[in-house]
Design a protein around this ligand. Structure first.
Ligand SMILES: [Zn+2]
Length: 400
């Protein structure tokens, strides 16, 4: 006996609109409708929770990974590692191992990575995504589609964190074969990792996509065996930019001679720098020094508001300096190495664009990634009953 309907959302990290259009063979004949969707300024730590909740970062509370919160940091013991030789402690493998240890010791279920944040400054920052957004109750504010499905007792499947793509696809396929679910969401990371390392224009990108193409066609065939109707969506949260040059923002800031942690605090992401002004006298000289950097600019509060990332309490920073497309902040707290591909630039840049494609027409395609949540609700027959963040709507009301 076939089950009536299965809805699948296959998230391919960094398969942006431009990347998809350069590879028209990808799921040709399966995807009948495709749309460019605007991303949200920031990284997956901002976009993923928005896609699965319909809320902006300002609404659900997750934007960048680290934020200034002195005295709140649970892993402050790490500061003792600042006395160990940098040559050892700055190696990616050592930091990856430590990140896993910290997750275990503190019971973090979320995506915790130390990256290259200096150990002496780590105690100044807390980590936003301590809880996995993929598990029920994962958001600081609002509910995800998974919270909603759990509450409604509707069977679903979502990938487990810290597992490779192959395992994620195999586990989803097994659930589909068993006809055990009516909704499946899987996030795949190999393409993103490949393009960070080789750039989005590398010829090997096509090979990674060809691998996904075969696996997804097999998954779809399996689904059509067991279900009368299969809705398949391919989605992503951002594209990928070729890195053209680097910019040492840190030296410009440090040349001002102010004290980190006393006068100001900065967090150097790969494509933007966030500042917290602790001593008001620092603000004007800092703003003027940043204005002298011609490879990026300070975003206004109105811009941040329009992008859904303006936090009234300035949790994630008082000032946000964003690099121009293709300019990497180097050095940064994300790493000391030049990276060929990056995302996290201005959402209006063509290479930033995300996308949503389906094996069926998408009426009312979402303008920005958080709107993808409403496509999920519609496929589940829950539109009109629930709005963004799982908010119940009064009878007869419609979701955004
Ligand atoms: Zn990435």
């Amino acid at each position: 006996m076939k089950r009536s309907k299965l809805t699948l959302f296959v998230f391919i990290d960094a398969l942006g609109w431009e990347v998809l259009n350069r590879h028209p063979f990808f799921l040709e004949g399966v995807l009948v409708d495709r749309h460019k969707v605007e991303t949200i300024l920031g990284y997956s730590s901002a976009c993923d929770p928005s896609i699965i909740s319909g809320l902006t970062p300002a609404e659900h509370g997750l934007w960048s990974s680290f934020y200034y919160a002195p005295g709140r940091c649970t892993y402050a013991w790490l500061r003792h590692f600042r006395f160990l030789p940098g040559s050892l402690m700055d190696r990616g493998r050592v930091r990856g191992w430590m990140s896993r240890a910290i997750r275990r010791v503190h019971g973090f279920t979320g995506y915790f990575q130390l990256y290259a944040v200096p150990f002496q400054w780590l105690p100044l920052f807390d980590y936003a995504e301590k809880n996995s957004i993929w598990l029920p109750g994962g958001l600081p504010r609002g509910k995800t589609i998974f919270d909603l499905l759990s509450e409604l007792g509707r069977p679903y499947s979502v990938h487990r964190s810290h597992t490779p793509d192959e395992q994620r696809l195999a586990e989803l396929t097994a659930r589909v074969r068993a006809r055990a679910i009516e909704f499946g969401y899987v996030s795949l990371g190999k393409l993103d990792a490949y393009m960070h390392a080789h750039g989005p224009l590398d010829p090997g990108v096509g090979g990674v996509l060809a691998g996904y193409d075969a696996r997804i066609r097999a998954l779809l065939a399996e689904a059509q065996q067991g279900y009368e109707e299969v809705a398949l969506y391919i989605l992503t949260d951002h594209g990928m930019h070729t890195v053209r040059e680097t910019c040492d923002v840190q030296s410009v800031v440090e040349a001002l001679g102010y004290r980190f942690g006393v006068d100001y605090v900065a967090f150097y992401d790969a494509t933007m720098v966030r500042f917290w002004v602790l001593n008001e006298g620092v603000r004007a000289p800092l703003v003027s020094a940043l204005a002298g950097i011609d490879k990026g600019r300070l975003l206004t509060e109105a811009e941040l508001e329009g992008m859904g990332v303006m936090f009234p309490d300035h949790q994630y920073g008082d000032l946000v300096f964003l690099m121009d497309s293709g300019v990497q902040v180097l050095p940064s707290f994300m790493g000391a190495r030049y990276t060929k591909g990056l995302h996290g630039f201005h959402p209006s840049d063509p290479d930033s664009a995300a996308m949503l494609a389906g094996n069926r027409p998408i009426p009312d395609p979402p303008a920005r990634v958080e709107g993808i949540y409403h496509v999920m609700l519609r496929e589940l027959g829950l539109d009109g009953l629930y709005g963004a963040g799982g908010r119940p709507l009064s009878s007869g009301g419609r979701g955004r």
